[in-house]
Design a protein around this ligand. Sequence first.
Ligand SMILES: [Zn+2]
Length: 163
Amino acid sequence: MPQHQPFDFQAYSCDIQTRPCFICQMVAGKPAYAHEIIYEDERAIVFLNKYPPLYGYVLIAPRDHREQVTGDFTLDEYLALQQIIYRVAEAVRRVVSPERVYVLSLGSQQGNKHVHWHVAPLPPGVPFEQQQLAALSLKHGFLQLSAEETSALASQLRAALAV
Ligand SMILES: [Zn+2]
């Protein structure tokens, strides 16, 4: 299992507030913004979190740049994305057997504007005081997966999503 590495909040914070939208750049195929993509269709793109506090942490975003988690979508568009999130969460459950799957959307107008959803699996056995928001915090760093570990996890998730 990968080990936690320190997370540089200051560099990250500066980066996300000054760089172009990383999701739009990834959708456009810009190599500097490449992520391990596990699924994409005409509506959405699903990829591994580069700085996961938990193993098996996946992000889901609409391909189009939208900023309000509900207000920038029609109800049908929103529900179509939720169907993808459901499938992703089920794939994550099959691959990493978590105690719970957390699903949430964060971001703001200052950083990470392009709306996306986090699907974050809480492993079994985490003491209660280290669950929920504590489990999602990068205070204790993130899991640095090797290229091989990233690619193996992505393959497992792709296979689980295809079921
Ligand atoms: Zn964008």
